[in-house]
Structures are given as C-alpha cells and as structure tokens.
Ligand binder design. Structure first.
Ligand SMILES: [Zn+2]
Ligand SMILES: [Zn+2]
Ligand SMILES: [Zn+2]
Length: 1070
C-alpha cells in the first residue's frame, strides 16, 4: 500500500482525485485515453511547478499518489504492491539484460564468447562456468548489456546459475507465468496512451504551447530559461557564462552546470517570457565570447517543461513494469511497432529518429526503454533491428553531426543486434544491411574526396572521423560470425554488399599519392594518420570479407571477378605513358614508362590486396581451375596487377636508401605502419603475395626484368659506368639489397594457406619461432608482435606449447618462453616479418648459439613447404637467365674486389637465393624421377655465363669467394652451398639409377595380388588423381601465361632468336 504520511503536507484535491480516479477508470464504458490525459493535464503542471528548486521526494510522492498508483490499480485490478510481489515470485526472464553504467566491470570469456562483444555482468560471471575459463575484464563505457541467457552469444554456458530456468526457488514450478486475460486487456488499453504521451512529449517542439488535450487551465506567463548540455563547452565555459549572464554566485553556477552535465538540461531562470528571453540571449552572447560557439538555450513554458519531465518519469515507470513480465514487454513492443512497415514511422522509430535532438536525460530513458523491452524478447529484437536498419543512414548521419558521445547515441545499440549471428543473417538477407552500411560510409565520406574521387584526409577533423569509424565498426559487427548455411538470397545480398564495399576501396586505391621531394625539404608534413587509421580499422573487415567469399565456390569466383574489374578500372591511368624497352641477357621487356623516384606513388592499395587475398583463397580451395570461366585470360593482365604493389615495395626500398629523406617523417611513419603488425596482413604481406602471383603467371625472365626496372636498377646490372659519387653508389647498393630481399621473399615465403598447404596454426607457430629466435620472450611481448584476428585473438595459446617451454621467473622479472631445440632448424634469417634490427639480432643470437655448440656458423634457409599448384611456377625465377645473371654479376664483383660495388649483406642474400635454388632441386629430385625434374638450377649455375675468355660460372665464383678476406664470416655458408651442389649432383646421378632398380623390382612382384598391392594401387590412384588435378591447374596457368606471351608476341619472337646465343649478351636500352 501507499505510504502517504512521510511526505507531510498534502494537497487535498490530490487526495480526492486518488479516490475518484481508480473508480472511474475501472468503468468499462469510459474513454481511457481522454481520462488519462485529463488527469495528467490537471496534475502534472502542479506537481512539477517548482522546477527551479524542487523537493524531489515530495514530487515523487505526489506523482505516485495522483497518477501512478491509480494507474496501477486500474491495470492490475488489485493493490499494486501485492500484485507485483506475486509477479516477482512467479519467475524472471532467462536473459539478464543488465545495462552497464560507465565504469562498471564487464567480463568476457575468451574460450566461450562467440565474439569479444559478448559480456557478462559481475553477478552473472561469478555464477557462471566462465569464471574458471580464460577471461578478460573490461571497464564499460556505459550503455552495454549483459548477455547472460543469450544462447547465440556463448559457445557454452550461456546461463549463469541465477538465470537458469528453475533456479530461483519458487520459480521452478511456474517459470512461464502469464498474466491473466483481464490484465492483458487493460495493458492493451493503457500502454498505447502512455506510449503516445511519452513520444508526443519527448518530440514536442513548441516552446509555448501544449497539445490541446493537455491544455486545460488558463495559460499563465510562467517560463523557464533552459540550458542544454553539449560536448563542445567546458565546465568552466558554462560556469563563466552563467555567472556573467545571470549575475549569480559561483556556487549556484556550479550547481547548475553539474546538473546540466548529469541530466542534459536544466532551468537556470524562472520568470516571465520576456525576462527568460533576455537571459537566453545573454547566455548565448557570453558563451559565444569565450568559445566561438553559443550554448544551446531555450525558453520553455512551465507546463511544457513539466510534461516533458513527467514523460521521462512515465518512461522509467514502464521500465519497471516490463522488468516483471514478458507479457508486458511484448505488449509494449507491439504497440511501439504499430504501423511499422508503412510510410509513417512507428512510435519507436519516431523516438530513434529524434534521438540526436533529445537531451542527455531523455536519451538515457529512451535507451533504457529499448533495452528493457525489445532487447529482452528475441522476436521483437529482430523487428526492432529491422526498423533500426530501415533508418540506419539517417541515424548515422545525425550521429556524425551530433555533438554528444557515442554512448549517448541510439546508433551505439548496433552492436547489440549486428553481432547476434542469426540476426545479422536476417538483416543481410532481408534488409541488405551490408550494402546499407557501405552506402552510409560512401555518403558521409564525400567531403574527403579529391578531384580524382580518391580520399584525401588533409586537414581532417579527428572527432568527425572517429564518428565515421563507428560506421566501419558496424561492418565488422555484421561480419564477425561467418555463416555456416548459405541461401541463394544470402549469397546474392552478400555479393551486392561486397561490390558496394569495393566502391569504398576504389576511393582508397591510390589515395594520398606522394611524390619524391628533390632539392628542398617539404615544408609541412602532410596528415597521414587518418588514412593509416582507416586502414587499421579495415584490416580485419577486409580479412572477414575474404573469408566470407571463400565459404562458397561460386561466390568466391564472382567476388574475384568483381574485385578484378575494380582493380583494372583503377589501373588505367598509366595507359597514356610512352613505352620503354629494356633488354638484358637476350630477354626483352616492354613496359610503360614509370619511375617511383619521379612519379606519384601511393601506399594505399586495398583493392589490389583484396584481390591477392581472394587469389590465395582460390588456390586453397582449388577453385582456381575455374577462374578462366569468370575472368578471361585476355582480361587478366597479370603485369598490371603486379604493377602497383611492386611500386609500393620499391618505395619502401627507396626510403631505406634514403632517397626520400626530404619528404619528412610522414612518409617514414607510413612505411613503418605498412610493415607493422597492425597493418601488414592487409598491406605488406598481400603485396608480397601479389608479386608471387606475378611470378607464377609471368614468364620468369620478364618478371625479373620488370623488377629490375621498377627498382631502377637496370643500369646496375649492365656494364657499370664507373661513378665516383659515393652517395649514389651507396644508394644503389641499398636498392640491390632491398631487391634481393624481395626476391628471397617471393620465392621463399610460403607460409600462407593457399600459397602452400599450411594451416593458420603453422603460420602462428612460425611467427613465434622467429620471435623466439631473437631471444626468449615474455608472453606479453610475443602477443604484441602477433596480428590479432577479428576476435582480438592471436592464436598464441593454441600453439605456444608446441614450440616453446616456459621458464619460470627468477627472483626478479617475469617468466619467459624459450624456443624448443627441435624448432631451431626452422630458423630463416631472411624471415619477411623481421625488421632490420630483429634480423641482425636473430642472426647474431643463432650464430652465437652454433658457436657454443662447436658447430659451423652456416645458417642456410630451412627447406620451405611446397608451393600449391597455382604457385608452383614461382620457383622458375630461381633458375632463369636473368636470375643467373644477377647472381653472377654480384658474385663476380665480390671476387674481383670491386669493393664499392657490393656489400656483405648482398652476398648473404645471393647465398640465400643459391641455397633456395639447390634446396628446391634437391626436394624435387627426392620426389620424382630425375628425368621428370625440369628444374635445372644446378645445370644453370654450373654453365658459363658468357662467351668471353675469362668466363666463369656460379660454382667457380663460389670457390673464389672463399678466398675473399672480407667474407670470412660467410665461409661456412659457402661451404654448405658447395656441399649442396655436390648433393644435388649425386642425386641427379643416383636417381636415374634407382628408377631403373625400382622398375625392375615392381616387375618382379607383378603377379602378387596381396592386400599390400591394393593399398599401393589405392595410393597410386590418389597420387594420379592429385597429379591430374595439378595438371589441370597448370593448364589454366599456362593458358594465362600464353595470353601474356600472346600480348607480347613481338617481343617473344625477338627472344626466341636470342635463345640460341649465350645468355649474357649485354644490350643497351633503346
Ligand atoms: Zn548479468
Ligand atoms: Zn545470469
Ligand atoms: Zn567460458
């Protein structure tokens, strides 16, 4: 029952109404809506009359007595307290649904959460199985929601013991308690009026008037000057403005300011219209003086203010009611959605659309209402999500121009819907949400487009971009769980979304081009952070798109076609350039004139990199054999695909050679992030893959000529004109080192699923092995150096025990992981993710270790895994003429002691390439009969390089290299290679013998029909099938290659002529 005594004095007319209204409301014939509004019209202005200095307790008592108590009596048909007590006993929701306050601790289980956005409140966590799992704690920014009970959020243990059905005592017998029909009927009658009133008053825009139904008494000239919160003005600005404008004391101004920050708005002056209007102008004037922008101030009639206040009170009353019963929630949701689907927005959409215009306090009530109703009922959550997506563009645009924090925006609710896998699926299929989000991005980003329709973020606003990021985040949420079941419609909609996303990437492909600064240093470092930050935001989204595409063969091919088209559209701008022709060792390259050191270049190539990502997935799934059905060999144009990523790698080389030092720090930073763990997967790594694609599809000599040309090293590998310019020589040497390194990566880096047959685990293990080859490391140090996936996981825990042992901390410091001995053989000195410092540290550590073990110091590359069929042609760049020429030229310079033209690092790389060539031939010989192995590295390396009198071959040069005093440190490696030459030679000889032997043995046992033979036959059949599959893919590859040759027919005819001659004929560029 109601306790009226504590409040003290009480208006007798209110008491009268208390007795009279429930009686009247219970009358079946009466018009509830009208009576309800009459009641509000009568009481609300009285209750909330003392706005400036309210007695909150008294206000609340009056509200209870005059309005809420009678309302509840009518609704429940009995004493509200007794009724609600009964309802409470009869069972609660299986969803916790606790809404987090800012700063509250949330828990996420790393083992069981479907994605990192799934969290538990402290209570639920403590009562769940997850407290014994690996978990993460976070401090909530506010506005989140406990996911306890959501079966889609957890792989295991979705319910804590508190929320398990039948957990709370008496709830066991009757957890599905339903309201009786009479109460349902009353609710259907009461809720619409309540909701309509809340909506009407929250979106009410008239300052002076109320809706007609609420206007009863004579209007008095009683107004408030109301000040609103924003994120632009500081506390001090507001206090200052208030003191100056109202002439009030500091204490009072502070009080107002605190209240405004908390509630979102506050009356700072009461009085007649004119005086409030005057105060308004004063506040605006003073605030504009201190901060360029006036504060938001309104003059509101006292009655308007009162009703708006009460509307919020009614909102929290609804919240309370809905916490008791699912029926209440469902009825509320139904009414809020009425007319959804028609032209006119339904109640809840009206409120959403008004969100950005509401003050802070009102927004909080609105969001709580959504949480306590729609988000507690899965079916209605879906319907709400549909409405949300329907108005998504408008809502995001409003948010982007809003000045309140994201937690206070209705757009922040997206995570609650988009990360639910079934909901995301539904929104993609039915609402096309991927396309909607990408189109929203395209619509809010145009202000950053330059004349070429590329993004350019010079002079961007950080706040605004942060708001744009939240749209990008929504894309991540929608994609975070990959569908297991694909329908035609899902496929269609996803592809549509992907194509729309490609349009964003098109605006990024080649954005923020830079040109090498010559002479003077640049004056101002250009803004680079925004573009890199967007790249970081997009990294996992790009990966997820690729993963989604790879779910389905047909989809992957279609996506590939679209992406290929997009890359081609962006690659046409160089068409007008003149062609140049470059000859070396009898091979000719004709290409468009372009120099990284003189022409514009961009580090941003997301389209090319997405294509590379799709290409490895084609290879991984074997779908590549059907590629020609989707992209014809004529259209493919591999040399154009390679062009831009290659330029980017050359840029990195030239930066290392200090050719770009006048371009300042901005470029250094970009190059850093390009290779950093935060970006590299979708930047640097993909560029290497694109080069591997080029190497697998182009003629190997052509490929290398293109590399030489883009590295601007064509002269360096022809007859050197002696130059005295030390700087130029040094620069050239660095470029050669950088190029050799890239060649090592193209041939040797195969730890990508699809490039070879490795798993993600293998990849992570290899990363960890190479980190620990530098030195033993703490868990945190390893984690920091590994890329995170879309769930913010590195995969470290799954594999660390396979490659390392944990060494407990000594007296000080923390424990570290040490590499297991058996993993040391995996060490690759030229691991592509090593920075220069890491590279030399690792080399040093490993050499020292070998010395301690009394072993030689040779650190040859570990045998790499076999390339997948689609990439198997890459190895041919090792034994082609141009490669031999490069290797020989460098070795010769070292042997002839032309000290300034070579470096030890260069020799190390040459030795590494030689090792890779020999390892490849050895592996091939061990697998197939000698006559089938066409990879003839040994043969090429032992052949004379020129017809000149002092002609030498690589093998001879190596022998001489041992005597070069500066290369003492490389002696062991040279010896290792010489041994390898010997091994390969023996294998060549031996394998021809063993094949003979093998045939004779099989001949002898031919008649034996043992099970062993059947197994053998089965194995053979499988091997044959695999061979046929490989052959098929190779046929596709050579079709692509033939086309390449076709387009360069003229050149090839020249080459064919040249082939008969010695392969080192030097020719000048035409
Ligand atoms: Zn909870
Ligand atoms: Zn719970
Ligand atoms: Zn768990």
């Amino acid at each position: 029952s109601l306790n009226l005594n504590s409040g003290g004095c009480f208006d007798h007319s209110l008491l009268a109404s208390l007795e009279e209204i429930p009686f009247r409301w219970c009358d079946e014939r009466f018009n509830f809506q009208a009576t309800f509004l009459q009641c509000l019209a009568k009481h609300v202005p009285n209750i909330y009359s003392a706005e400036m200095d309210p007695l909150l307790e008294k206000q609340e008592e009056m509200v209870q007595a005059a309005i809420l108590y009678p309302l509840e009596c009518y609704l429940f048909g009995e004493d509200p307290d007794i009724f609600l007590e009964k309802l409470q006993q009869s069972g609660t929701s299986q969803l916790c649904g606790k809404v987090f306050k800012g700063g509250e601790t949330t828990y996420s289980c790393r083992d069981c959460a479907v994605d990192p956005t799934c969290v538990l409140c402290m209570d639920c966590f403590q009562n769940s199985i997850h407290k014994n799992h690996r978990y993460k704690m976070h401090s909530s920014t506010g506005g989140g929601f406990c996911d306890c009970g959501d079966t889609e959020a957890w792989k295991a243990g979705p319910l804590c013991t508190k929320h398990e059905p039948g957990a709370s005592g008496s709830a066991k017998e009757n957890s599905e308690c339903q309201l009786n029909e009479e109460i349902m009927e009353h609710s259907r009658r009461v809720f619409p009026s309540v909701i309509k009133y809340i909506v009407d008053m929250l979106i009410w825009e008239e300052e002076k008037e109320l809706p007609l139904e609420l206007t009863v008494r004579e209007k008095v000239d009683s107004y408030y000057c109301v000040l609103f919160n924003d994120e632009h003005h500081s506390y001090d600005h507001v206090i200052y403005s208030l003191q100056r404008a109202l002439g009030c004391e500091l204490g009072e101004a502070q009080l107002h300011t605190t209240a405004i920050d908390k509630e979102g708005r506050r009356a700072v002056k009461a009085g007649h219209y004119a005086s409030c209007q005057e105060a308004k102008e004063e506040i605006k004037r003073h605030s504009e003086n201190v901060s360029q922008r006036p504060l938001h101030v309104e003059v509101l009639h006292a009655d308007v203010m009162a009703h708006q206040k009460f509307a919020l009170r009614l909102g929290s009353w609804m919240n309370k009611l809905m916490s008791y019963s699912s029926d209440f929630r469902q009825i509320f949701c139904q009414i809020c959605l009425e007319e959804a689907g028609s032209e006119k927005p339904c109640f809840i959409s009206k409120l959403m659309l008004w969100d950005a215009k509401l003050h802070k306090g009102a927004r909080k009530v609105l969001h709580e209402l959504i949480f306590s109703s729609f988000f507690m009922e899965m079916e209605y959550k879906k319907l709400f999500a549909v409405e949300f997506v329907k108005y998504y563009k408008v809502l995001q645009k409003e948010y982007i121009s809003d000045d309140h924090d994201r937690v206070l925006s209705v757009t922040a609710l997206s995570v609650q819907m988009f990360t639910v896998p079934t909901l995301a699926r539904h929104l993609i299929e039915e609402q096309n949400v991927i396309t909607i989000i990408t189109e929203t991005l395209l619509e809010v980003l145009p202000e950053y487009l330059d004349k070429n329709d590329k993004f350019n973020f010079q002079g961007y606003s950080q706040d605004k971009l942060n708001r744009v990021y939240s749209v990008i985040y929504d894309l991540r949420y929608v994609l975070v769980s990959k569908p297991t079941l694909w329908t035609d419609r899902l496929r269609e909609r996803f592809l549509e979304g992907f194509v729309s996303f490609l349009r964003i990437l098109t605006c990024m492909q080649g954005m923020e081009e830079i040109k090498r600064q010559i002479g003077q240093h640049i004056e101002v470092d250009p803004d680079w952070e925004a573009a890199i930050a967007i790249q970081m935001q997009l990294k996992n989204i790009l990966l997820m798109f690729q993963e989604w595409c790879a779910c389905d063969e047909e989809l992957l091919l279609k996506a590939y076609r679209e992406c290929h088209k997009a890359v081609m559209r962006c690659s046409t701008n160089g068409r007008s350039r003149e062609k140049t022709v470059f000859h070396l060792c009898g091979h000719i390259l004709e290409s468009r004139h372009y120099r990284v050191s003189a022409d514009p270049v961009s580090i941003h190539l997301p389209l090319s990199r997405t294509l590379a990502g799709l290409h490895v997935r084609l290879s991984k799934t074997g779908t590549i054999s059907r590629l020609h059905e989707f992209v014809s060999p004529e259209e493919f144009q591999v040399e154009l695909l390679v062009e831009y990523p290659l330029r980017c790698l050359v840029l990195v080389a030239q930066v290392a050679a200090e050719m770009w030092r006048r371009n300042g720090l901005s470029l250094i930073s970009q190059v850093f992030y390009y290779q950093d763990v935060k970006c590299r997967e979708e930047m640097y790594d993909k560029d290497i893959i694109m080069l591997q694609i080029g190497a697998s599809l182009m003629d190997p000599n052509q490929f290398l000529l293109l590399i030489l040309q883009r590295y601007e090293l064509t002269d360096a590998f022809r007859k050197m004109k002696p130059t005295k310019d030390q700087d130029l020589i040094k620069q050239c040497n660095v470029l050669i080192e950088e190029m050799l390194q890239i060649l090592i990566y193209v041939v040797g880096e195969r730890y990508v699923p699809g490039v070879s047959n490795v798993t993600k685990e293998d990849v992570t293990m290899r990363e960890i092995i190479h980190l620990l080859c530098i030195e033993p490391m703490a868990h945190s140090a390893i984690t920091k150096s590994l890329p995170e996936n879309e769930n913010n996981e590195t995969g470290l825990e799954n594999v660390i025990d396979k490659v390392a042992t944990f060494k407990k901390p000594g007296v000080s410091g923390h424990g570290v992981y040490e590499l297991k001995d058996e993993c040391l053989k995996e060490f690759n000195m030229f691991f592509y993710h090593y920075t220069k410092t890491q590279h030399s540290k690792a080399e040093h550590t490993q050499k020292k270790r070998r010395k301690q073990e009394n072993r030689d110091e040779a650190l040859p590359p570990p045998p790499p895994p076999d390339f997948s069929p689609a990439f198997s042609n890459v190895v041919r760049i090792l034994n082609c003429d141009v490669m031999m020429h490069i290797l020989r030229t460098i070795l010769q310079r070292a042997v002839e002691l032309e000290t300034h033209l070579w470096t030890e690092a260069m020799i190390q790389m040459v030795l590494h390439l030689l090792s890779l060539g020999l390892l490849e031939e050895k592996q091939q010989l061990q697998k197939s009969p000698e006559e089938e192995v066409t990879f003839d590295f040994y043969h090429k390396a032992t052949r004379m390089g020129s017809s000149a009198l002092n002609a030498v071959n690589v093998l001879m040069l190596l022998e001489k290299l041992k005597r070069v005093p500066q290369l003492e440190a490389q002696k062991d490696t040279v010896n290792w290679i010489l041994q390898m030459f010997d091994t390969v030679k023996r294998l060549r000889e031996k394998s021809s013998l063993t094949t003979v032997a093998a045939t004779s043995v099989s001949e002898a046992t031919k008649s034996d029909e043992s099970t062993q033979d059947k197994e053998k036959a089965e194995r053979k059949r499988k091997a044959e099938a695999a061979r046929l599959h490989r052959q098929k893919i190779m046929a596709q590859m050579s079709a692509l290659q033939r086309n390449f040759i076709e387009t360069h027919k003229l050149l090839y005819e020249n080459t064919l002529e040249a082939q008969g001659k010695e392969d080192a004929i030097m020719e000048e560029e035409r």
